[in-house]
Design a protein around this ligand. Sequence first.
Ligand code: HSE
Length: 409
Amino acid sequence: MIQVAIMGHGVVGSGVAEILLTHKNSLKKKVHNDISIKKILDLREFPELSYSDKFTKDFNDIVNDEEIKVVAEVMGGVNPAFDFVKRCLEAGKSVVTSNKELVAKKGAELLAIAKEKNVSFLFEASVGGGIPIIRPLNNCLVANEVDEIAGILNGTTNFILTKMITESMSFKDALSLAQQLGYAERDPSADVEGHDACRKICILASLAFGKHVYPDNIHTEGITNISLEDVEYANNWGGVIKLIGDVKHMPDNMLDIFVAPMLINNESQLSGIDDVFNGILVRGDATGDVVFYGKGAGKLPTASAVVADIVDCIKNMSTGKYLFWEDCDGSNVMPYEESVSAMYVRATGDIKSAEKVFGEISKLTRKKAPDNEIAFTTDEMSVKKFNAKLSELEKSGVKVINTIRIGDL
Ligand code: HSE
């Protein structure tokens, strides 16, 4: 019998308990042992549950229990999760987590402790919910030099954008619906401002390129400025707007990494990924493009990845299963100003001024646009050059309403 503990009985934690209990027999066949939940840490009471006797409010009941070999941390946030996870690893327990904020901010430190203690620290559920991506990057694609990873990494914003694109639903109504369905973070600004996607691309970049990338070091934009007008122009351009986390491997091992909304051509494999689904494109030098697709949020998809990690910990109990990357001070991240992209611009003013400043542009149209509204796409240029041209454009009397990167995906 393998005793496990779950820290947090929210959306994901209750899903982990549900899968461990309902799939008890099939999991037993896979690990050749019973997996038993010994303790569940939560400050709330759940008297109605068949397993209400497992609950504790005291973390010491888990960390001091030598019978508990694997702990699933599904509380979210860095405090107190970091302290609890660190102490569990130091006590010689393997830990699995769905907590992307924890891994993105503290991954290097926790991985080093796990290595020293010869236990596992796994986090498949932290990126892409139920989609396998951490294990494939670390195992199946390991023979590749990864050139780029680009992903729709946040289900809530993809759900919101899909509702805006297909039903002209307002941003606010779509966000409420996503919250009701349990997709959004406790604080949904982490979704709509891009921070959740930022944490996930940091984890993928750290794993793929071997050095920790911290969220504070990367340019992050959300979708709060995206309007139904932009959605309509994107459609007429031949694409859709998606929130993308992107990392490109540049010369000298530098990373061009950011999170931003992007216009994605309808021919891209990422363009048709809708609703709460996530899609992650990995460009390997040997494989070419590989795309991972599935439900990126929600109770059971995320719990599925957590339970898979628990099983992996049990299978590798004697040896420890390592994921690893080195710590880094941010010197591996290219300044965002040097990042190169073609851009979409929507503004009010005179299109001739835009042509004068940007040279060759492609004009966009939409039905019922106000007479003084202009929209166009530019050639590729660095963010620095683009910003300088935008200032010049504004000096000529054009008022810029929104700008969006154009993805080459
Ligand atoms: N809030 C996250 C999302 C949950 O919408 O993708 C899964 O990480």
